[in-house]
Ligand binder design. Structure first.
Ligand code: CP3
Length: 346
């Protein structure tokens, strides 16, 4: 299927584009009343994730409503631990909870390297249904969590400000941590390859908890596994988004991937210098900008676009859009990128 709008793919590959592509992390979700209507008619988040037709419907909502240049498959990074044997619950207003955690060798023995076709088939089906429904309008992004971030949830058992149990394991039992990272990496590689086979046009790896590691620990427990996944995915462009990992940007320049995501703490010019000229950068507006007036959103978005320049940039926020954001403000961000970048790229 030929893509009608392939700006995201061309920008990722570093080709000259007529304007900067734009999408938002967490664009499919609670900011849209249309999402909440579907979600509230169900038993919960997991039913939505596990029902391919419904997942496809909410994946496409932001393309219709917000006019973004990409869809991202509606799922969660936590489907991977679940497939490995560590099930999660999504607790209303509190977030994810794992009744069983991985703290010792016995816990590890209960886990398996998952087969995506067997244990994650509902995601692959959702990708196929979404691709058919999109009919080439925009590319579909597939994704997974980076191994360190997945380990963090499996060891901690829930969200946390510090992930001190997970971070502690890197000191108290590094061998166990590496064994778990090995299993997560093998599962994730097979899962992402299956997403590409099912039709994903680009893959994003979310290392949401990169920024809580020391640079030395990041190089030992995170980077090699991400690097391995990047080496395995060659069919489509890959984006690595490691929140808070400003210290790893130079290391990222050597990854076998096309795009590096930046969060809003990262200086654009300094990041470009660290990453080098041969990768596309994605980001990096503070999601809180979208709480401000339309005038402020336009001004700040234009400033961001000027700083990144017309090529090798994919416009996005520096992290997921916050659930209490007015969709009209998101539309203002998207339209400003489209209109202003068009004048820059002439
Ligand atoms: O639009 C999209 O981006 C696609 C869907 C998507 C979800 N989660 C849906 C979701 C994606 C890409 C994710 C990734 C994800 N999930 C990450 C990495 C990105 C990031 O934000 O750092 C992480 C760390 C998770 C884990 C997770 N899922 C948490 C901590 C929570 C609870 C807090 C929260 O943000 O709501 C979730 C739940 C979740 N995942 C929701 C959605 C739409 C809200 C659930 C609901 O509808 O009630």
């Amino acid at each position: 299927m030929q893509l009608k709008n392939d700006l995201l793919i061309r920008a990722a590959k570093g080709e000259v584009v007529e304007r900067t592509p734009v999408w938002l992390m967490r664009q499919a979700g609670r900011i849209l009343p249309e999402y909440r209507a579907v979600r509230n008619s169900l038993s919960g988040f997991k039913e939505l994730v596990e029902t391919p037709e419904l997942a496809a419907e909410v994946t496409i909502q932001p393309v219709d409503i917000l006019d973004v240049d990409a869809a991202i498959i509606f799922s969660d990074i936590l489907v991977v631990p679940e497939a490995m044997g560590c099930t999660y619950e999504m607790v209303e207003k509190r977030g994810p909870l794992f009744p069983k955690t991985v703290r010792n060798e016995e816990d590890l023995k209960q886990l398996r390297v998952a087969d995506p076709h067997e244990h994650l088939n509902y995601v692959l089906e959702a990708i196929k249904v979404t691709k058919r429904a999109l009919n080439g309008r925009v590319p579909l992004i597939g994704f997974a969590g980076a191994p360190w971030t997945i380990l963090a949830y499996m060891v901690e058992g829930s969200g946390s400000k510090t992930f001190s149990q997970a971070r502690g394991m890197l000191y108290t039992n590094p061998t166990l941590a590496h064994q778990l990272l090995r299993m997560i990496t093998d599962t994730t590689t097979a899962y992402l390859k299956a997403q590409v086979e099912a039709g994903a046009n680009l893959i994003q790896i979310f290392d949401s908890w990169a920024g809580i590691l020391s640079p030395a620990h990041y190089r030992e427990f995170a980077l090699p596994y991400i690097s391995e996944i990047c080496d395995a995915i060659n069919e489509v462009p890959v984006t690595v988004f490691a929140k808070g990992a400003f210290f790893a940007l130079e290391d990222f320049s050597k990854l076998n991937c096309e795009t590096i995501g930046l969060d809003w703490n990262m200086d654009i010019a300094k990041s470009r210098k660290d990453v080098g000229p041969n990768k596309t950068l994605q980001g990096n507006m503070d999601p809180c900008l979208l709480y401000s007036s339309f005038e402020t959103i336009e001004r700040e978005t234009k400033n961001m676009l000027k700083e990144f320049g017309p090529y090798r940039h994919i416009a996005n926020l520096g992290h997921g859009v916050y659930p209490d954001t007015d969709p009209e403000k998101v539309k203002c961000f998207v339209q400003t990128v489209k209109e202003y970048s068009h004048t820059m790229n002439k």
